[in-house]
Design a protein around this ligand. Structure first.
Ligand code: DGY
Length: 325
């Protein structure tokens, strides 16, 4: 019997592909950092039974319609705003992601970004490397405390809860906003559910971990930044699309907030001329939330298992469109 055909859109650890190669004929776009050109992806999708995709690949209705054999799209990310799940469901295609395995790693990075922004770590490291350290001064590169401050977490899913756990270790006062109440987190970590409008006014650190959806798109508007404390620090480790970047640029330029730590941007990658990079109080990272070697291996293994499961007719571990199974 002919093996199913799976296309992997980026070079990933070969070890993670072993179960996939046993079951399917696998072809891999050979570059690690350069994305597969759209034309190549479209050609591959036409003949593929499975696609192993990255968050930078757009799997839209147009591509899905041109992929008659496609049975599964497995994204190497927990976020899946790059995939038209509705169109996939219409064509009976399973869409899978990589939750759980990246929760702690992404929470670590989010908290590191919060600390780096609050305590001016990157600026301080650059200062010394640039040979600027001539004298010690009482307020030299003084930042903002983290312990005993109020953190407002927007999006209390798995990663939000793991960030709350870290915040609890720093004796922070934890507020959160989410579509639904999380009573387990409230009990375990003394977190307080707070309506969004109040949370943005009360928090010293506003941390966005909400997925990008029609509801959350551009939820951080000019008006939202205006209502934050002038000492507030905004952290975004979800998707750039949740923020009106022009509004954030304006808020920083007009000192309406004290700083921002950003792991994600609306259009990625960004260049050095991006307006948000002009501010010394912005810590910017190239979307590395889940980027530890261990976690990226685990994510790749889970994506492979998701594909093999679907091609075998079994329910995959991390299925997003339940209705098709
Ligand atoms: C994800 O998995 O969606 C994260 O953004 C990766 O860092």
């Amino acid at each position: 019997m002919e093996k199913p055909y799976v296309y992997v859109t980026r070079r990933v650890p070969e070890e993670a592909l072993i179960p996939l190669r046993e079951y399917a004929e696998v072809n891999v776009w050979p570059k690690e950092e350069e994305p597969v050109p759209l034309q190549v992806l479209l050609e591959e999708a036409k003949k593929a039974d499975g696609l192993f995709t990255m968050l930078s690949d757009q799997i839209d209705a147009e591509l899905i319609e041109q992929a008659p054999k496609l049975k599964v799209v497995a994204n190497l990310a927990v976020g899946f705003d790059n995939i038209d799940v509705e169109a996939a469901s219409k064509h009976g295609i399973a869409v899978c992601n990589t939750p759980d395995v990246l929760t702690d790693t992404t929470a670590d990075l989010t908290f590191a970004l919060l600390m780096a922004t609050g305590r001016r770590i990157v600026e301080s490291a650059e200062y010394i490397k640039d040979g600027k350290w001539k004298n010690w001064g009482p307020l030299l590169l003084a930042g903002t405390d983290i312990h005993h401050k109020t953190i407002g977490i927007v999006g209390m899913g798995r990663i939000g809860s793991a960030v709350a756990k870290r915040a609890s270790g720093f004796d922070m006062n934890i507020l959160y906003y989410n579509r639904s109440r999380k009573e387990d987190v409230e009990k375990a970590l003394d977190a307080t559910y707070t309506p969004f409008d109040e949370l943005i006014e009360m928090s010293d650190y506003i941390v966005c971990l909400a997925p990008l959806t029609d509801e959350t798109k551009n939820m951080f508007t000019e008006n939202v930044f205006k209502r934050m404390k002038p000492s507030a620090i905004f952290i975004n480790a979800s998707r750039g699309g949740v923020v009106d970047e022009e509004a954030l640029t304006k808020a920083l330029a007009e000192k309406e907030i004290a700083g921002a730590g950003l792991d994600v941007f609306k259009e990625e990658p960004i260049g050095a001329d991006h307006p948000l990079l002009q501010f010394r109080n912005v810590v910017a990272l190239p979307h590395i939330g889940s980027a530890s070697v261990e976690t990226r291996y685990d994510m790749a293994k889970l994506a492979s298992r998701n594909i093999v499961n679907v091609l075998r007719g079994e329910r995959p571990e991390a299925l997003l469109n339940e209705e098709i199974f």
